[in-house]
Design a protein around this ligand. Structure first.
Ligand SMILES: Cc1cc2nc3c(=O)[nH]c(=O)nc-3n(C[C@H](O)[C@H](O)[C@H](O)COP(=O)(O)OP(=O)(O)OC[C@H]3O[C@@H](n4cnc5c(N)ncnc54)[C@H](O)[C@@H]3O)c2cc1C
Length: 445
C-alpha cells in the first residue's frame, strides 16, 4: 500500500503520531505543499514564509536521515494531491488533525482513504519511525518567496525556523530564562527574554506539546518549589490552553487597503510614542507578548479608528508565529467584533505603566532623544515640540482625550456600560453618571 503523508503544521519527525501511523501502513510519500492561494491572503507575509521554509528544510534533512525524500510542491492543494495520488498509486492519505471537507470528499469519491489522526497529549513521546519510502522519490527545492508573489518584508530580528532552534529555545528557557517568566510578561523590554518564544515553533509543529510537557515535568522534578515552580506552572497552563484550542479557520479577508492611517500605525508613525515604539519593535522582531498584542490592536481600532478586519490582518502579517486558531478569536474580541465588550486602554497611562523609565520608547524612537523624560510620552507638551513634530516625528494623529472619550462612548452604546466592583476608588476610575454609586462601588472601565 502506498501512503501519502501530508505535512502541514506538524513539521517534525519526532513524536509524530500521524507519521508513525503512515509508516506502519506501507510505503510512504512525504509531502509539503505551498499553496499560492494561502500565500495571497492579506494576513500572510514573507516573514512567516521564511520561518516555514527554514522549518521545512529542517524536516527535509530529518526525513533524509531516515532514508526518506520530502516532496515539496507549489500549487493549489487539490491539484497537487490529485496529481501525486495518480502518479504514486496512493491508496491512503494521512494528516495530523482534520483536513478541509472538500478534500476529504474528493478523496472518498476517488476511492482514497483519508486518515485524520489526533496527536496524543499523554504518554511517552514517540521516537522517529522506521520509514519505507516509495521508490525513486526526488526531493525538489523550496519555492522562492517571489514565486508566491510575497513582497519584501524586512524583519531584522526574525526568529529562525527549524527544530534545532526550538530545542535551543526550550533548553535556555527551562535552564535560565524562564525563572522570571511571570514578572517579565508585563514589560516590553524583559518579555522577549523571559517568555519562552516557542510560539512560531508550536504554530508550525517543530516540537510537540507532549515533548514540552515532558520537559517541564523533568524540570519541575529538579525545581519543585519557589520561583521556578511558579513560572513552570504558568507556562504549563498556557500550553494546556493551547492544547484544547478549537480549530478556527481564518475568516475571508479583503485585500489590505493601505490607508495612510493604517500605514502610520503599522510603521510606528502615529505620533503616539509608546504605540509607535511597540509597532517598530513588532516590525523588526515579528513578535510581541500577549498583553502588548492586545494593546496595539485595541489602540489601532478604538482610538485611531482603523477598520477592525484590516488592522487585524495587518497585525497578523507582522507576526512570525501567526496561527489563525490563536489569532482570530482574540483579535475579533479585542476589536469589538464579538458579543463580549472589548477592554479599552488609555495610551498614555499604559505607556507610563509599562515603560516607566522610557528606555523602550527611546530605543525604538531615537528621534525623540532630545525630549525630556517628563514629555517623552506626550512630546507635543515639550517646549521644543515645534522643532520636532511634523519634521522628524509626526504630530499625534489624534487628540487623545477626545479619541478616548469617543471610543468609550462607542463601546458603551454598543455593549452597555460596564460595572466593575473595586475595593478602593482610584484616580483612574471613570464614573458612570447613569448609574448611581452605592457605598464603595465604583465603575471602572
Ligand atoms: C491579538 C492577539 C493575537 C495573537 N495571535 C497569536 C498567534 O497568531 N499565534 C500565537 O502563537 N499566539 C498568538 N497570541 C497569543 C500570545 O500572544 C502568543 O502565543 C505569545 O505572545 C507567544 O510568545 P511565547 O511563545 O513566548 O509565549 P509563552 O508565554 O511562552 O507561552 C507558551 C505558548 O503557549 C501558547 N499560548 C500563549 N498564550 C496563549 C493563549 N492565550 N491561549 C492559548 N495558547 C496560548 C503559545 O503557543 C505560546 O507559544 C495572540 C494574542 C493576542 C492578544
Amino acid at each position: 500500500m502506498n501512503v501519502l503523508m501530508w505535512f502541514r503544521q506538524d513539521l517534525r519527525i519526532h513524536d509524530h503520531a500521524a507519521l508513525t501511523l503512515a509508516a506502519g501502513l506501507g510505503a510512504v510519500v512525504p509531502v509539503y505543499i505551498f499553496d499560492p492561494e494561502q500565500w495571497a491572503r492579506s494576513d500572510t507575509s514573507a516573514r512567516q514564509f521564511q520561518f516555514i521554509a527554514e522549518s521545512v528544510e529542517d524536516l527535509r534533512a530529518d526525513l533524509a536521515s531516515l532514508g526518506a525524500a520530502l516532496l515539496i510542491r507549489t500549487g493549489p492543494v487539490a491539484q497537487v494531491l490529485a496529481r501525486l495520488c495518480a502518479r504514486h498509486a496512493i491508496t491512503t492519505i494521512v494528516t495530523q488533525g482534520s483536513a478541509p471537507r472538500a478534500l476529504t470528499d474528493w478523496a472518498a469519491a476517488s476511492g482514497i482513504a483519508w486518515l485524520e489522526t489526533e496527536q496524543p497529549l499523554q504518554g511517552e513521546p514517540l521516537p522517529p519511525p522506521a520509514l519505507r519510502c516509495v521508490a525513486d522519490l526526488i526531493s525538489t527545492p523550496l519555492p522562492v518567496p517571489q514565486l508566491l508573489r510575497l513582497g519584501p518584508d524586512a524583519c531584522a530580528h526574525r526568529q529562525r525556523g527549524g527544530r534545532g532552534q526550538a530545542l535551543d529555545l526550550l533548553n535556555t528557557f527551562l535552564t535560565t530564562r524562564g525563572e522570571s517568566y511571570h514578572r517579565a510578561q508585563a514589560q516590553p523590554h524583559s518579555a522577549e527574554r523571559a517568555s519562552s518564544r516557542l510560539s512560531p515553533h508550536l504554530a508550525q509543529g517543530t516540537v510537540s506539546l507532549r515533548e514540552l510537557d515532558q520537559a517541564i515535568t523533568a524540570r519541575l522534578a529538579e525545581r519543585p518549589s519557589g520561583r521556578w515552580a511558579s513560572a513552570l506552572g504558568g507556562f504549563g497552563r498556557k500550553l494546556a490552553a493551547r492544547a484544547v484550542l478549537p480549530p478556527c479557520p481564518a475568516p475571508d479577508l479583503a485585500a489590505i487597503a493601505a490607508t495612510s492611517a493604517l500605514n502610520a500605525w503599522l510603521l510606528g508613525q502615529t505620533g503616539l510614542p509608546f504605540l509607535d515604539a511597540l509597532m517598530r519593535y513588532l516590525a523588526a522582531t515579528g513578535w510581541l507578548n500577549e498583553p502588548l498584542r492586545a494593546l496595539v490592536l485595541s489602540l489601532g481600532v478604538h482610538h485611531l479608528g482603523l477598520d477592525p478586519m484590516q488592522a487585524s490582518a495587518g497585525l497578523a502579517r507582522r507576526l512570525t508565529d501567526y496561527d489563525p486558531a490563536l489569532f482570530w478569536p482574540q483579535a475579533l474580541r479585542i476589536a469589538g467584533l464579538t458579543a463580549e465588550a472589548p477592554r479599552l486602554f488609555h495610551p498614555i497611562k499604559q505607556a507610563l505603566d509599562l515603560d516607566p523609565d522610557g528606555q523602550f520608547t527611546r530605543h525604538w524612537l531615537p528621534e525623540l532623544a532630545a525630549v525630556p523624560d517628563s514629555c517623552l510620552q506626550s512630546p507635543w507638551k515639550w517646549a521644543g515640540a515645534a522643532r520636532l513634530l511634523g519634521r522628524r516625528y509626526p504630530e499625534p494623529m489624534i487628540d487623545i482625550a477626545t479619541a478616548h472619550r469617543a471610543a468609550q462612548e462607542a463601546i458603551w452604546a454598543r455593549f452597555g456600560r460596564p460595572l466593575r466592583v473595586v475595593a478602593q476608588p482610584s484616580p483612574t476610575l471613570i464614573e458612570n453618571p447613569a448609574q448611581p454609586l452605592r457605598g464603595q462601588l465604583r465603575l471602572e472601565f
